[in-house]
Design a protein around this ligand. Structure first.
Ligand SMILES: Nc1ncnc2c1ncn2[C@@H]1O[C@H](COP(=O)(O)OP(=O)(O)OP(=O)(O)O)[C@@H](O)[C@H]1O
Ligand SMILES: [Mg+2]
Length: 414
């Protein structure tokens, strides 16, 4: 459990998010083939700072890698160390590319390179070349490229779907959804992130981000048949942080005007286009709530640490464990946490009532939260060192870790 600072005054912790740590948009299994200690050690060290990647080393010459080794390890990314001027090594590399799985990215690394040599590698079907000594930027860019390829090869859009629900009005679900989105971008600028504002009657995402989009959910309702990747892209509003938003209608729409099949299709198309699809749900349960949850990887339940707040949360948690919501993982976040003696209910008591752990507590900080809405920016831009910003950073890190663990499990099961 991540506990907000008990005194809850801002600026006192001052811990900055670890800039050296990056997260890959999907979990990658990397296998390194090399006999050179400097190569394997530097790769292991660099991959350690990239969440979502696991690495195995095969100490072998490139010639020792045959079909059975590839089948046994089944990597997403195979990094092979070889000598560019050795015809035997080039032959072995050709053999590896031919026999590797079609969704395995083969990355070659060698001590010296010429433009002609690299061209020859590309013609062989190698996805990337890393000159030695391997530099972290080059490795990261090659792995990000590989991650996108892997994501595209996975069925029904490999993007992660994270749905924010709230127990009780004004619990802060929209605030957390919006900040979660920008926190992902803060950690990985290249990540493609969108928010679908499915709070169709009172959606606030556009207001929170100061967006003036005239397109969004309403276009889908008016013309559901047009839904495809191109259409969805055309009705997204772009925020300066790089987050795209499907804004809620600015006219009142009946909750049952939306068909369950449509939300599933929208999420599916969004998951083809984006690494992270964040869904902000209305307070009311709708005929399509279960469909959204069934298509989500993680559901974030946002509540408050008060007696009614915990009761409402317990009810919501009950719905999420009912049949028909797939294998969605649930996270409980208590927002506007006052800390210490100022809170009437203790987190431990709330956990007892809920019958499950509270995953994150987010500090109460109305001044910062409302300044965000006024300026259309995330908390990290208003007060990066505040307790609220630190708590949101921890929550983001935890959810992203959960998502990459889920992907590893899915990979192992498939
Ligand atoms: N940690 C916080 N500390 C103080 N105020 C907060 C915090 N988080 C959100 N708020 C404020 O609470 C109010 C409600 O937040 P928000 O709109 O995110 O809630 P919601 O759960 O999405 O509510 P709704 O039922 O309207 O969808 C806003 O004024 C917001 O600025
Ligand atoms: Mg809301």
């Amino acid at each position: 459990m991540s506990v907000a600072d008990e005194n809850n005054d801002n600026d006192q912790d001052g811990r900055e998010p670890d800039a050296a740590n990056v997260r890959l948009p999907v979990a990658l299994k990397i296998v390194v083939v090399s006999t050179t200690l400097e190569v394997t050690e530097s790769l292991l060290e660099m991959v350690e700072t990239m969440s979502g990647a696991s690495v195995e080393v095969i100490v072998s010459e490139i010639g020792g890698i045959d079909k059975s080794v590839l089948e046994h390890h089944h990597p997403d990314v195979l990094i092979v160390d070889f000598k560019l001027d050795s015809p035997t090594d080039l032959d072995s590399l050709r053999h590896i590319v031919q026999h590797a799985d079609s969704d395995t990215c083969v990355i070659a690394t060698a001590q010296s390179s010429t433009i002609d040599g690299v061209r020859r590698l590309m013609r062989l079907g190698v996805s990337d070349f890393l000159p030695q000594p391997i530099n972290r930027e080059d490795l990261l860019s090659a792995l990000q490229h590989a991650a996108r390829r892997v994501r595209q090869s996975r069925p029904s859009g490999g993007g992660n779907v994270i749905t924010f629900l709230h127990a009780g009005g004004g619990a802060g679900a929209t605030t957390l959804a919006v900040n979660f989105a920008s926190s992902i971008k803060d950690g990985d600028e290249s990540a493609k992130v969108c928010i679908l504002d499915f709070d169709v009657q009172f959606g606030q995402v556009a207001i929170n981000l100061d967006l003036k989009g005239s397109h969004g959910v309403l276009d889908l309702l008016e013309d559901p048949e047009r839904l495809d990747a191109m259409f969805l892209e055309s009705i997204m509003t772009h925020h300066k942080s790089g987050v795209d938003v499907l804004v809620a209608p600015d006219v009142l729409v009946a909750l049952d005007a939306i068909e369950p099949e449509m939300v599933v299709r929208v999420i599916g198309v969004a998951a083809e286009l984006y690494d992270y699809v964040i869904v902000d749900m209305p307070l009311a349960l709708t005929p399509w709530s279960q469909s959204v949850l069934g298509r989500s990887d993680v559901a974030v339940m946002v509540g408050q640490l008060t007696v009614p707040g915990i009761r409402q949360l317990r009810r919501l948690a009950g719905i999420l464990t009912s049949d028909g919501v797939g294998d969605v993982s649930t996270i409980v976040v208590l927002n506007r946490f006052l800390g210490g003696w100022k809170t009437s209910v203790r987190p431990k008591e709330a956990e007892k009532v809920l019958g499950r752990p509270i995953d994150y507590l987010i500090a109460n900080d109305f001044k910062t939260a409302s300044a965000c809405v006024d300026q259309g920016v995330p908390v990290s831009e208003i007060k990066k060192r505040s307790a609220i910003a630190k708590n949101i950073f921890d929550m983001t890190k935890g959810i992203l870790t959960l998502l990459s663990e889920k992907r590893v499990v899915l990979q192992l099961e498939s």
